[in-house]
Design a binder for this molecule. Structure first.
Ligand code: ZN
Length: 130
């Protein structure tokens, strides 16, 4: 994939990301401002509770989407964008244009839909408690 296209996908991903986060930041501004006096420095606990709060606010779907968007942006930085995380073949650009944060090619995705347990490999949340 050429640099121009990568840059396009990147800006697409970044606007999806700020859309997701934008709503959250707005609705939580009052809470955060009142907490600043109490939390002197951002500890791991604070980051964790922020993350959990964000997860609650976005809902399961929005949270998953945010994680996928983050992963995709990381992959662009690593030069691995557009490669299926499962079979390592190239994801068709037409698909990336529809879902720029997709991690899998259409073939792997349809196999996962048939067999939902296989998706557990992508469900690694360090903040998960249960
Ligand atoms: Zn694949």
């Amino acid at each position: 994939m050429n640099k121009k296209k990568l840059a396009q996908f990147r800006s697409q991903l970044e606007s999806i990301r700020s859309e997701l986060l934008g709503g959250f930041e707005k609705s939580n501004q009052n809470v955060k401002e009142s907490e600043i006096g109490q939390i002197a420095d951002i500890s791991d606990d604070a980051a964790r509770s922020y993350s959990r709060q964000l997860e609650g606010e976005l809902g399961e779907q929005g949270w998953q989407k945010l994680k996928q968007v983050d992963t995709a942006i990381e992959k662009i930085g690593e030069g691995e964008y557009g490669v299926c995380a499962q079979c390592e073949s190239a994801i068709p650009e037409a698909r990336l244009q529809v879902v720029p944060y997709t991690e899998f090619c259409t073939q792997c995705l349809s196999e996962m839909e048939k067999n939902p347990k296989a998706t557990s490999i992508i469900d690694e949340d360090p903040f998960e408690e249960n």
